[in-house]
Design a protein. Sequence first.
Length: 360
Amino acid sequence: MKKFHFYLGIWFLPFFFLSAYIFPILDPHDKQYEWMDRLIDQEFADKKKFSKRQLKQAISYLAVNPWYQHFTVQDNQVIGPDEPCMEFKSLLIHLCETYGLPNIEIICFVHDGLQENPKGVVPVFARCRKKGSDNALLLHYGYGLNWVVDQCNRVEAKIADLPWESLINKVHWRGNTTDGYGKYDNYTSSNWFKHPRGKICQLSQQFPDLIDAAFVLDPIFGLKIQEQKILIEKILPTAPRVAFEDCLNYKYQVLIEGIVSPWSSDWKIHAGRVIFKQTMRWEVFWESLFLPWEHYIPIAEDFSDFVEKMLWAMWNDKECKEMAMRSRAFIQTHAKAEHMALYCYKVLLRYAQLLTHDNL
């Protein structure tokens, strides 16, 4: 860990470090980040030590699924597969360059979210997991730390001259049919309005003064090819794709489950908008600290209470503005790129303690 102490002494005076990423490097000993330690304590409460033999077995067993990738950190250098997920590899390189990492081997699930609970005692790292998955450890989410930085910068530029009073008093949502996987059936002409995303689009047709919701269809997601043409042309309410800056002209935003937890959550919350959050099966690393009625308005999975709560929000604007400011403050202190990086560093240090062998 000598490399980290070197950076601590040199770079923490201005408290800023420039590397492949451009964001502050946080002091892992700063008490304001003890919330990370408490989350990690909970994460590892039931984790057992494992041997190198068990680790090799897990790597071999999971190798049949290409979404699982094996990374090694040896002498603070990152070794990955021939075609690594660059978001994960870049994260590990960044942590080596800034904090310094011990010698470890990890298995990462590099798709959007981990649906299964991996067998065995060796935990797998993921960006997002199903709630109740006790053998998956959470790292950062989204498409990489630079992606998070870009979203935050674009949000700040958008909201600089956009006061609360100028915002449009409607819920705004655009998305595709990605909830037509797993728990729900594929979208068809007879069931589209039974899906959560279909439901909000149907409600938009019924309550156009309250909700502006429509599908932006992506041909690779959600729809069977033979059904796509008729669904797009005659049944599903659709709209052109828009930049998320345009979405932020609206006071009310909604988070709806897709394949996994929606990646739009960071910029919608960061902007200081009123968040309606559907009950979801998924979680990211800060999920348990983001609280209903403190940071967002919870809504039922089937949207049965959505219109009622939307009307409540309109009648209680002052309270909703305060809630929106609390949720914005939460993101700024818990889920910016620098927080994700520090959390990942702390998680990997704790993970290293599970290894029962000294050398890899």
